[in-house]
Design a protein around this ligand. Structure first.
Ligand SMILES: *Cc1c(COP(=O)(O)O)cnc(C)c1O
Length: 410
């Protein structure tokens, strides 16, 4: 198992210089490539002669050197043999499910997952492919094991669950998956660099690059990090879902995201530091705040054991305001009176983004699924940015908490 530190691994990726010697790589904007010798075309088409095996690139939906370089960086980040990018996180997640499952197969998934993934597994896949999913509490290894049938093709969890901020016990889940002979797939969107699922035993990592990795809420992208063999399967000319369904990343997007990876660790550390300070101070006022960095968090010890030692506990915290009305009042006060952040879905932005999960990013889930996942109506998710000063942001948050009656009087 590769044990290298993600920060060191990323810095060790071969540097691509620009065509004219620029410090940054050039963007390959071609959708197709010139074959110099027509006799090599069959080998290029079959994949026997690629750009690194005597042939050349073929067509932009298959491989593009700029997108390929971002894939190399992401493979280093997650410590996998290979990685490839997609047009969105959902493009990456659905490609992995399609690659691993045939008609009538089965998935075991955590019950606190991104609403879009939940809809893919709960609604789309059964309707279109007959693939069904059992949603279980991923913190209960026995429940995960019991849900596995002879049709189960993967276990799917989020490293840091959305929006409940539970930490997946990846080593335990990996043991369950190994015992069953199926891969453990982990969505690491919420905790890039902070958690390294494949270094902890997972087989496949998926990312939405739209969040922390992109970092500016201006680009949509996704990635799959896995073995060379599995990435090859995703790109197969006949049955590869990334190749056939075509959620291809634009090379301009790949170049932009590639330039943000060098400061991902700095940003994750800054998000984590700010989040911990606000969570500790809010908790001291009696606010019902959830953050993995707080000792009161049910997974605090596990988080400490699994996370990167230098990068904090991630950039999200939640506040339970008690009711949907109080949650709405809190985010409105924070945005419109205090300028603390914006009411918007998504996360990983430099400014703070706030949403009421039950009525936004998890609204695909019906009430019983929300209850099973412990997503209460008053749950406010705060994706904490790092702009402004810590004291300025705390003043704004404290004012809003007091004004909304969520803090102990004082
Ligand atoms: C946003 C998100 C996705 C989907 O990613 P897109 O880039 O929007 O397709 C998947 N998983 C998690 C945890 C997310 O937050």
């Amino acid at each position: 198992m590769p044990t290298q530190d993600p920060i060191e691994a990323l810095a060790a990726v071969r540097h691509e210089f620009g065509e004219h010697g620029g410090v940054n790589m050039s963007i390959e904007t071609s959708a197709t490539y010139t074959v110099l010798d027509p006799a090599t075309m069959p080998d290029i088409f079959s994949g026997r002669a690629g750009p690194e095996t005597g042939g050349c690139y073929l067509y932009g939906r298959h491989f593009n050197p700029t997108v390929y370089q971002l894939g190399r960086q992401l493979a280093a980040l997650e410590g996998t043999e290979a990685a490839y990018c997609s047009a969105s996180g959902m493009g990456a997640i659905s490609a992995v499910i399609f690659a691993l499952c045939g008609a009538g197969d089965h998935v075991v998934a955590g019950n606190a997952i991104y609403g879009g993934t939940w809809a893919l597994l709960n609604d789309f896949m059964p309707a279109k492919t007959g693939v069904t999913t059992s949603f279980v509490d991923a913190h209960d290894s026995a429940a995960v094991r019991d849900a596995i049938t002879d049709k189960t093709r993967l276990i799917y969890v989020e490293s840091l669950s959305n929006p409940t901020l539970r930490i997946a016990d990846i080593p335990s889940l990996a043991a369950v998956a190994r015992e069953a002979g199926i891969p453990l797939v982990v969505d690491n969107t919420f905790a890039p660099m902070v958690l390294s699922p494949t270094r902890l035993g997972a087989d496949i990592v998926v990312h939405s690059l739209t969040k922390f990795i992109g970092g500016a809420s201006d680009l949509i992208g996704g990635a799959v990090c896995a073995s060379r063999d599995f990435i090859g399967q995703l790109m197969d000319l006949h049955t590869g879902p990334l190749m056939i369904l075509g959620p291809t990343m634009d090379p301009r997007v790949a170049a932009a995201i590639s330039l943000r990876l060098p400061h991902l660790a700095l940003r994750m550390a800054a998000h984590g530091e700010r989040c911990l300070l606000l969570a500790q101070r809010a908790q001291a006022l009696g606010v019902a705040v959830t953050y993995p960095g707080l000792e009161s968090h049910p997974d605090h010890t596990l988080a400490r054991a699994l996370k990167h030692p230098e990068l904090g506990f991630g950039g999200l915290l939640t506040i339970d305001a008690g009711s949907a009305e109080r949650a709405a009042a809190l985010v409105e006060t924070l945005q419109n009176d205090e300028d603390f952040g914006y009411i918007a879905v998504s996360l990983g932005y430099f400014d703070t983004l706030m949403s009421c999960s039950a009525s936004s990013t998890s609204s695909e889930m019906p009430d019983d699924a929300l209850a099973a996942a412990a997503i209460g109506p008053g749950l406010v998710r705060l994706a904490i940015g790092y702009t402004g000063s810590a004291e300025q942001r705390w003043r704004q948050l404290e004012n809003a908490l007091r004004r909304c009656g969520l803090a102990r009087p004082g």
